[in-house]
Write a protein that binds this ligand. Sequence first.
Ligand code: HEM
Length: 525
Amino acid sequence: MVELEGWLPALLAAVATLAVAQLLLRRSSFSSTLPTYGPFFLPPFVRGLLAVYSLGADEDAFLQGLKRDYGAAVYIPWPMKTTFVLSIEGIRSVYAAPRRILNFYPIRREMQHTVFGAAPYWKDEYIMDGHLFPIHARGMSKANLAESLIRIVDILRVCLDELASKVDKAPQGEVTVDLIKWTVETFYDATLAGFFGKEFLRQDHVNKQELYDAFNAFDKSFPIVASGMVPPALLEKIPDVKKGREGFEVLTSTFQRWIRDGFHGLDAGIVRDMAEFATDHNLGEREAAKIMVADMWASMANAPFMGVQLLLFLLQAPSDIRRDLLDEIDSSLQAPTTEQSTFSHLGQSFPLLTSCITETLRVGTSIFSARIVEEDFVIPAHGKYGQTVVPAGTRVLSAPRPHHLDDSFWNGTAKAWNGRRFLGGSANLARSVYGFGGGVSRCEGEHIAGAELKAFISLLFSTFEVELVTPSNDGDSVRRVEVVGNEAPALLPRRADGRVGMGAFQPAEGARFDMRVRRRQPLSS
Ligand code: HEM
């Protein structure tokens, strides 16, 4: 019998050497064929499982490692069966590719079914691609969201007035507020009024807390269901998915009743367009209600958490940014009050705040934009990367996070927050930030989200002096992000687990940051 004990170490050493050599070879000049993830000596399914594990364990490290080791794109075997596109040129190619090469619509249709429970009409290209998606996109144009924006700003003012009355009643004229909870709830109230009308939360049968809890349960289950990696039979056994389904039911029945009761004071807008679409295609109230859950989710899954991150960065920004931002806000308030709730005013009055928002999108999001490869998709050769061909019949994901963190693109300061990064001559660089995704799947809510963030910050900072209370629950629950111009890093809540590629980072459960709020001293003229 062969004596294995003597051979085994040598065999392992040889395999390890080969693996390292292969890795080094890849690093110095990236292959022109599509590489597959993982050590070559492992079977594909083990490599695929390794990838799933590594992605879940540390998303940033995994994605940056992919780009470092494999270049522009890499294929991840089962269970993902997907090519990750990682280089800036590759990402641009994905977003620019025509539908005949990279198709998004089948994915968008399927999501409507798997996540939002749409009845079989979801398969109908004529109804979905031909009607639902175009009507939806029209409804989300700036012109059609003008009234929504006015309602959003009105409700933001109501929330700030409520806070002001607490401050005025406080003995020292100062209150301490749970920053994350207050910001998220303020966005919920304002956004819900914006899309569903100011009367929505005032209906007799609507319990605001119950609705929020239902939404949060549904949102928590979203990544598991949307990943498509868990077989339907197993899905129902996952407690978070079960709670998410219950939450979905609460949301659907609430919207169904709202439709039946005549939309309670909402005359027009995207959700009325959607209800009309459902009527035109005989889908019924329940299907219309499910489409509304999808809109509610889209409008609230990211914006509140961008609000939290933006506020935290601004509260920890260098003093010159704080000062210039206040000047910008004060001069924006010279405009008549009605003008302050318009897209044009919010779009033009805040160059510094716009730059801070884009920077927060760059450091505070990770997104995956999925496509089906209909024809071989060619990522042209660029820089150190050879041409790569992604074969037809597979899926690609554009994953811009490693590009957002790439020092060679961002002047050596990719890991640091720089509020002035996109000012003046550098404004065009904002096009290389993909926090809203890109191409045909680019966020339809980007304009209203940007306007909402600007209104939120400008109203808050013009009314109050706000100061961050240094969190005492340091350690694991806090992450640190360098800030250009500051010695100390900014503190942010640790990211919630299990939300890879899902957009704006949400705080981990239980994270707590407080802010001290007092009335701002009147401006000396
Ligand atoms: C700062 C806040 C927001 C961020 C960071 C954000 C981000 C995103 C991202 C990353 C996507 C997917 C992009 C892709 O696959 O390429 C998306 C899609 C979408 N977002 Fe937003 N979003 C925000 C706010 C909003 C708001 C307020 C709305 C309002 C309804 C909205 C509506 C949508 C819709 C409808 C889609 C789906 C588009 C489609 O499937 O084609 N988003 N968003």
